[in-house]
Design a protein around this ligand. Sequence first.
Ligand SMILES: [Zn+2]
Length: 68
Amino acid sequence: MKDSAPNVVDCPICSREICFKRFTDAPYFPFCSRKCKLVDLGRWFNEEYSLDRELEVSDFEEPDFEDS
Ligand SMILES: [Zn+2]
């Protein structure tokens, strides 16, 4: 691994090439910009929190335990 060889990665959001020699040169790694990083976060958020049904009151109640 050569010290002078820049690392090149493609931004996973917009596919733009990012060249950097050190990670400190790419604060939004592996994204090219803050915007792309936020886009990625938004995607994760949507996937994790998208619901396929309406929330019901019972979703917020403690489960009932039978008396032993
Ligand atoms: Zn990008």
